[in-house]
Design a protein around this ligand. Sequence first.
Ligand SMILES: [Zn+2]
Length: 340
Amino acid sequence: MEIELNPNWKKIAINMSGGADSSMLAYLIAKQIKENDLALIIQPITWERFYPSNSPKNWNLRYAANAIEKIKELLEFNPFEKQYIYKPVKKHKLEDWDEIIEDMKDIESIIFNHLNCDWFFYGTTCNPPLEEMKKIGFDIGRQEERDQNADKSGFKQTNPFCDINKKDLRDLYIKHDVLKSLFPITRSCEGSAEWTDDFTKDCGGCWWCYERWWAFGVPDEIKSVAKSKLQRSIEEVNRAKAALEKSIGSEEEAINNVKKSKKLLDSTIAKIATLKKKYEEYMEKHEENKIEYSKNVEKGLDYYNNAKKNKEISLKYVEKMNDYHNKKKHYLDWLGKFDD
Ligand SMILES: [Zn+2]
């Protein structure tokens, strides 16, 4: 992959997060500068993160600094300026894309006015194909923005990885023979400090872990942690399922209830229709029975509403059960990946 570098540029900024994407991008650009003997300086920029406030995910600074050192060592070449730490104006509680865009506007003036860069690069791979993600049960929690590849800030920037996913990225690591050197010191997991021994291990449960494993395989050191975590999740689902069954009845009963209540509902609707017809005919002849008539219709409606409510309750129950089955399947699928 050839990154387009304008020969007139003197200095470019690269957003380095310590992740596998941005580390590979920095490596590729640094290598290109070395091989083409370009007079181009790289200004690495790392975003300091303050959320969640009780356990800030401040690993980016460390991991990005390590990646820079590793790239210098691997290439025996140093095109890097000192790492610039960007402290966002807004201390995000959550990763909010709109707020990030707002910060991007703030960082724009830093990059181009304060740091005097000619261009800004960031490397963010696109999501794995949705079908594939569904198949292995991690289609929920991905950033849909990553499918749009849109440049929302409007300033001079490029994401050379907008059309490649994590598996393509792994191919780049292999092609450049840095899979065993650069890749292991990068980090993708977004788990909290306490789940990851202060960001020294993968949490084994976040979307980013799954995406990384999907492309690069499950690392040995995480297998036992991930395995016990998945087993715990399965136990949790089993407990929730058992509690639900205890409160409402077995799953078979619930499915039967749905069928039964549907039948009841249909027959009630038919019954009401016949009743109505019958009473209308009757009413034509006996105007004095009007009150009796409306009472009966009300009764019929009550009956109907009850049947409808029962059906809804049963349907919800079946839905919940399906949810448990899907979750369990997802956990079991992943558990299966640890056995080989
Ligand atoms: Zn994780």
